[in-house]
Design a protein around this ligand. Structure first.
Ligand SMILES: [Zn+2]
Length: 99
């Protein structure tokens, strides 16, 4: 597993991702609210609890993207060259950029 993924996994398990609540705690930001729903934005909120993100299909999109990556890894390990098609969804980030 890539070092950045391991880092993300560890920080997500222990609640040390840069959520707005953590950024306020670390003195980097003044507003701990979620830009989508105005609830306190904790790590848990970002990863699984935001009702607006859920209604926009963001969790399903992220889940499906991860499964597609796993399928590609399995296909590659089996020596297959055909990768599964992706259904790209574009979401606007807090800063207006698209992800
Ligand atoms: Zn939210």
């Amino acid at each position: 597993m890539a070092p950045l993924r391991i880092s993300f996994l560890i920080r997500s398990v222990y609640g040390f991702l840069p959520s707005n609540a953590n950024l306020v705690r670390w003195g980097k930001k003044e507003d701990p609210t979620c830009p989508l729903c105005q609830c306190k934005q904790t790590t848990e909120h970002v990863l699984s609890s935001c009702k607006i993100a859920l209604s926009h299909g963001r969790y399903t999109w992220r889940h499906n993207r991860d499964l597609q990556e796993l399928a590609a890894i399995i296909s590659s390990a089996k020596g297959e060259t055909t990768l599964p098609k992706t259904n790209a969804l574009i979401f606007k980030t807090e800063r207006g950029a698209k992800s």
